[in-house]
Design a binder for this molecule. Structure first.
Ligand code: AMX
Length: 481
């Protein structure tokens, strides 16, 4: 692999420390912007609630009650919206617009890299495109807090068994940070409820800052590979963007051309996917009980670890590799089709296909495929090529199968093939990287939920008997009319 160094144009943190108060000023810009935006939106919410609180949004059907609440509009979140056909939009911007407008990494050879995930965080939190200076300030703030406390390091340096699934390790390490939660301390001191969002913000920035080192620590603890948590945090404190230290820590310090950009793109793309997906909804639910951001996000990670949600990327790579090994490099389309039917006929799903909301190819899949196709090495990787090829075969098979509402590929179809190409071959780590990314949206949602004073979630469950009686009533009523 080439060793062309990718880095960004941020000033070195140590040099910046010489102008201490300026650094503090710039890094607090996001919080300051939220301080302006939150009261405005809270006032709009109050008016809406007061004047139209009893206005119906939609009728809930029995199919929704017994069908995983599909399409039920029951949460408030503005960071991103998912359209079944267009895919994700972040405050109205689709992925192509985000890629064009958000500040980007810059390679040392002068070429422009991809959008920065910390710029995506700014967009999700504020609905605004940050300037390069604002993103630099935010990245410095994150870097300054990258180091992990000793109690978390102990977990990731032999405290947890290496055989424990990396997602369980990630979740435990994140939960452990609750030890020093500013939010929990503020609540205990009786801080005014209206001020709680500021502490949620502080904890959220702390967690985002530490997530790359935690992921690097999980990798080292689980596989004995990479630079580990301490070194990852040290690299962050030397300056640079949020992703670069993680890219280096996962590659064992080797600077692999295209890897940092691949990771940046992945982290930006997976940052948020509306409020109702399992991880986002879980962190929202747990946070609504005023559990601090560390506990809320740790809970979200346990949901992300499910095979129908975040674990799918791990499953896809295993699936594609097994298929590649079983059929050989020269497999024909008919061989692949037969393999897919065997999977379906044995009652299993084709991982990386289908979605709870989307009804077209996931634009995040397309963005990663475009990135891969423009990379001379990735585009010729056998597994990457197989994933590309699979699209044309799996979609008609699933259509013929006739069950799947969305027979098109989702993002998990693509991501593992990209990451293995750059040397991250341990598939369980893909969900960990997903977990680093999804924090952007989940934590932003938590800050806003506290800022808007949203209450504890408490939907109503109903028994089968109640549903059956309701139907009888409707039938009898209709008959009498
Ligand atoms: N292969 C085979 N069958 C599938 C399928 C697939 N990829 N996707 C859905 N189906 C089946 C379902 O199992 C269901 O069968 P059933 O009626 O016998 O229970 C039927 O099609 C209808 O399901 P659906 O309405 O299309 O999907 P859903 O909203 O219930 O579930 C999802 C969505 C993603 C869980 C499902 O498509 C799936 O299991 N996909 C494979 C796993 C995957 O790629 N997950 C990643 C999702 C993205 C993410 O969160 N990271």
């Amino acid at each position: 692999m080439s060793t062309l160094r990718t880095s960004i144009r941020y000033i070195n943190l140590r040099a910046a420390a010489a102008v201490g108060h300026q650094v503090r000023h710039s890094s607090q810009a996001l919080r300051a912007r939220l301080e302006e935006l939150i009261p405005q939106k809270a006032a709009r919410l109050q008016t809406l609630k007061k004047e139209y609180g009893s206005h119906p949004v939609q009728t809930t059907t029995i199919a929704q009650v017994v069908g995983g609440m599909r399409g039920m509009k029951a949460m408030l979140w503005e960071g991103s919206e998912l359209d079944a056909n267009e895919g994700i939009r972040f405050h109205g911007l689709n992925l192509e617009e985000c890629a064009e407008k958000l500040p980007k990494a810059r390679n040392v050879d002068g070429s422009e890299g991809v959008m920065l995930p910390e710029a995506m965080l700014w967009l999700i939190m504020t609905g605004e495109i940050p300037t390069t200076e604002q993103v630099e300030g935010l990245a410095k703030d994150l870097a300054a807090q990258a180091a992990l406390p000793e109690y978390t390091l102990k977990l990731l340096e032999g405290g947890l068994p290496s055989s424990l699934h990396p997602m369980t390790q990630l979740s435990i390490a994140v939960a452990s940070l609750n030890h020093d939660s500013k939010f929990a301390q503020a609540y205990e001191k009786g801080v005014n409820k209206k001020e709680l969002w500021k502490y949620a913000y502080e904890d959220s920035i702390t967690l985002l800052a530490k997530l790359p080192a935690i992921a690097a620590g999980v990798y080292k603890n689980a596989y004995g590979k990479g630079l580990g948590a301490r070194k990852c945090a040290e690299l962050a404190q030397e300056g640079g963007d949020w992703t670069q230290p993680l890219a280096l820590a996962l590659s064992g310090g080797e600077e692999r051309k295209g890897w940092a950009d691949c990771l940046r793109l992945y982290l930006a793309l997976h940052g948020d996917h509306e409020g109702g997906n399992v991880s986002a909804h879980t962190s929202h639910l747990v946070g609504s009980a005023l559990a601090d951001p560390f506990l809320s996000y740790s809970a979200a990670l346990n949901g992300l670890a499910g095979p129908l949600h975040g674990l799918a990327a791990q499953e896809v790579l295993t699936f594609v590799k097994t298929m590649h090994d079983a059929l050989g490099a020269d497999a024909s389309d008919t061989d692949i089709e037969g393999y897919l039917w065997d999977v379906l006929n044995s009652g299993r799903v084709i991982p990386g296909y289908g979605h709870g909301v989307l009804r077209k190819t996931d634009p995040r899949f397309t963005a990663l495929a475009k990135f891969g196709s423009s990379s001379p090495t990735l585009s010729s990787d056998p597994l990457f090529r197989l994933v590309q090829r699979l699209q044309a075969i799996a979609t008609p098979v699933l259509q013929k199968h006739g069950k799947t509402a969305n027979p098109f590929p989702n993002v998990d179809s693509q991501s593992g093939a990209c990451m293995q190409h750059f040397g991250l071959e341990e598939a369980p780590m893909y969900t960990v990287v997903f977990g680093v990314s999804r924090a952007l949206g989940c934590l932003s949602q938590g800050v806003w939920s506290r800022g808007l004073g949203l209450p504890i979630e408490r939907p109503k469950s109903v028994s089968l008997r109640v549903l059956e009686e309701g139907v009888k009533g409707a039938g009898a009523g209709a008959g009498q009319a």
